[in-house]
Write a protein that binds this ligand. Sequence first.
Ligand SMILES: Cc1cc2nc3c(=O)[nH]c(=O)nc-3n(C[C@H](O)[C@H](O)[C@H](O)COP(=O)(O)OP(=O)(O)OC[C@H]3O[C@@H](n4cnc5c(N)ncnc54)[C@H](O)[C@@H]3O)c2cc1C
Ligand code: FES
Length: 610
Amino acid sequence: MRLFKLNTSVHKWLSLFVGLQLLIWLGTGLYFNLMDHSKASGNELRVHSHHEGSITGFDLFPIKDIISEAPQEVNLIWVLHQPYYHLVFDKGQHSYQVRDSLLFDAVTGKLFNLSEEQVLTLAKNSYSGQGKLTTPVLSQPPFSDHVRQQNPMWQVAVEDENNTTIYLDSITGQVLRHANDDFRLKDLMMKLHFMDYGNSGGFNHWLIIAFAFATLFLSITGVTWLIQQYRSGLLKLGWGTNRQKVAVTFSNENTITDISAVGSSTVLEELASSHVYLSSSCGGGGTCGKCMFLSSTQLPITLSEQEHLSQEQLKEGYRLGCQHRFSEISSIEVNTDRNIENHELVVVATNFITPFIKEVKFKVKSGKQLAFKAGAYMQFDVPAGMNSLRPENMPENYEKYWESYSHGRFSHDGVTRHYSLVNFDEESDELTFNIRWQTAKDGFRAGIGSSYLGSLQVGETITAKGPFSDFYATSNKKVSRVFIGAGSGLAPLRSIIFEQLKKHKDKSGLTLIYGARTEDDLLYHNELKSLSEKHKNFSYIPTLSNPSEQWQGHSGYVQQVLLPYLSQKMALFPIEFYLCGPEAMMSEVEKIITDAGIPSNQIFKDKFSR
Ligand SMILES: Cc1cc2nc3c(=O)[nH]c(=O)nc-3n(C[C@H](O)[C@H](O)[C@H](O)COP(=O)(O)OP(=O)(O)OC[C@H]3O[C@@H](n4cnc5c(N)ncnc54)[C@H](O)[C@@H]3O)c2cc1C
Ligand code: FES
């Protein structure tokens, strides 16, 4: 699996590298097609003149009397109508390679060096524009306008619109190049086209070789990925779009419905198109692990499923709806309600009830009363926009908790987020949620969903799907129930406890061990206290990790309170545990109770993390 993950990420990075260069090729190729070739050559204002003359009338000096060392090459050349011997002692295969040569007056036999004036005249003779030529400068390589040139050159800048520069051979005065802005643009395009980012002046360099290998690896990793997709069932080869019928069992209601769909999309998408919504907070990205279903057919296991489902769940046949095509399944079981709907909710009240938690109450705009099992949650569509890093208004006594958090706003994409209902359905016609404002950590933005919902004002609306019920009390009447929660994790536990006591008139033992930091952080403290006073079968055990001196209850984390409690109550079998809160707390508590011998089918968890 690790190898496959590596293969996929190597493929993605290579595609980025190869893709970027391909785009550059496309862009520069288009430029070469559309450019004006005569302008881009830099020679639009260049005049080609040949300094040739007749040696008749010149009494040439014998070469052998000039120098004793035999040159590799002797040329008689003309500079401003005068004959000169150009003696070349050493030179490479190409004219731009290092050359060792001297110029001698062919009449006097004296060593000759070009003067600035002569260079200026030669440059002027090669230029037909109106620009003013400046004083020549003898320059050493490297030259940005002639990257390959390894010999010194005279450089004459021209004051014209196109920033022309004339380059002449430092010994012979031969005009080697006219460079101007059009030429430089073409040169830049050449560099990009040939990946000549190291200025080698050609295309035979290591980067091109590396690129060729990268392209080869891109193909290999691509083919490997395709094979992997095919083997895991995510890639199907087939023709046509046959409709396919799948029997869907709703485990919540014990009902079966046939759903038929074309089958080319994922289980998640096809079910949604038939208004059967699996839970999802990543929109089908395979990162939340919430879109679970139970398949009757053996399906391959994808990387995402390895990551999000336990070995036990995989063995039982649980898979993720966004990871398999509808065409792969024949009958499935889903733990969601039929006819989950989208609702427009309108805010009817919003208040801070602890320093970081807001109680937000909604009504369904259409007036519809929603029926749901206590412990349910809804999936909110948070639109893209700008949110505040911290609340604009809060009760004065909570301001001290927010002092270290900065003001400001941040922009974000649209997201979906889940929030649990605090009340049970018959308790009120309102839908109550506890939203814990996820604060901005150093250098990061605040939580998108929590800051959006936490900022909603009375009268504002938001759309939400649900309620989804996959965490609820069993119908077992001969069982004691222990609820363990912390922070905003109290929400579904409160809902279940109230439903058990008020709706189902449950007479069995119910215990809530609830952890918070300080007295201020305790949610619904007075309400839970009076509930426990009214219902003798309900015990409320709050515990604080950072209590004030006045606190008379338990201190420490829920785990510390649970241990001695467990040893007293183990005799009360059967006993069911309902956990909701931060992930670390939940896994520690789960370990304690499984170590105490509680089987996993008596432990129910509501994971808030995605
Ligand atoms: C079934 C279910 C029920 C739930 N019920 C509740 C509930 O009743 N109440 C409740 O409050 N929550 C509940 N949650 C959790 C809730 O859905 C959200 O996950 C939670 O509010 C955080 O979402 P957010 O959009 O506010 O934060 P996100 O935008 O997801 O950010 C999370 C945190 O990451 C930080 N962060 C931002 N950028 C970066 C970065 N680049 N690197 C590192 N960190 C960064 C943010 O500051 C923030 O603290 C529930 C979740 C599930 C699955
Ligand atoms: S929707 Fe499938 S993992 Fe999130």
